[in-house]
Design a protein around this ligand. Sequence first.
Ligand SMILES: [Zn+2]
Length: 171
Amino acid sequence: MQVTNVKVKLTSVPGEKLCAYCTITLDNEFVIRDVKIIEGANGHFVAMPSRKVTDRCPTCGGKNHLRAKFCNDCGGKLDPNRGTKDEQGRVKLHLDLAHPINQECRQRLETAAVEAYKVEVTGVRAAGGTIQGGGSGGGQGPRPGGDRAPRPEGLPKDEGMPDGFSSGIHG
Ligand SMILES: [Zn+2]
């Protein structure tokens, strides 16, 4: 199995570790969407698309997220220890919708996705744009707020301008 295409959509949520969403094509004929690129302590890694695990209220049968302490429908108290636990004894709150089943395949997907992400980031920088988000450090680059419209070099900061800088350029 080869990764034949990766499309990257950079995200712009300040303070979040989530850097981008990817759409990965395998062997030119199978597509996985919503693969996440996450900034971890040891570099970027990939999180496969997942859904929240839910279960049903024993009283009314309503669906609730495993973290819910009370039923959304009837308000009944729910067992806080329900749900399947992993090897570390933690309740599994999310289930991968699609995922590699061995380390070698995971590595291949991750490498392809992270490489494509880095290319995308570099491309945006080269085009004069800014990467928004990842704001925990703060202070790098202009403040967020411009929606992917790269600010032309030398454009004066018009202080009276509401938001964005699309208006009033011609003069
Ligand atoms: Zn209920």
